[in-house]
Design a protein around this ligand. Structure first.
Ligand SMILES: [Zn+2]
Ligand SMILES: [Zn+2]
Length: 116
């Protein structure tokens, strides 16, 4: 997402915030995955989401009308919910896609956390 008050004509790295932790992860050089409409999932949040949804096979259930912040689709539970950003939720499919993309990117040394 974009920082409040950013200049759309002159986007700076500091204006690009992770939707799930609200940190300027581009400026911090934290690997990040871009979703639809500029939504951002950074690797730190991906670690947490991956651990819950893929590692534990757990996650938030029982809400079936939420749109995923990353793919903007109404997905089946389970979800990973940001601990700090209200209404920021990501579906398991997006977490797996993001993990696969980061895992393959040689510029970044993100590794899939062990799934056991
Ligand atoms: Zn984040
Ligand atoms: Zn999704």
């Amino acid at each position: 997402m974009h920082r409040d008050g950013h200049d759309p004509e002159n986007i700076q790295p500091e204006d690009i915030l992770c939707d799930f932790c609200a940190r300027p992860t581009w400026a911090m050089d934290v690997p990040s995955i871009e979703g639809h409409h500029g939504s951002i999932l950074c690797s730190d949040c991906l670690d947490q989401a991956w651990g819950v949804l893929v590692g534990d096979g757990a996650g938030l259930t029982g809400e079936d009308t939420w749109k995923c912040t990353m793919c903007l689709e109404t997905r089946e539970p389970p979800w990973w919910e940001s601990p700090t950003q209200a209404e920021a939720r990501v579906c398991r499919r997006c977490v797996k896609q993001a993990g696969g993309a980061l895992h393959k990117n040689r510029d970044w040394d993100w590794q899939k956390p062990p799934s056991d």
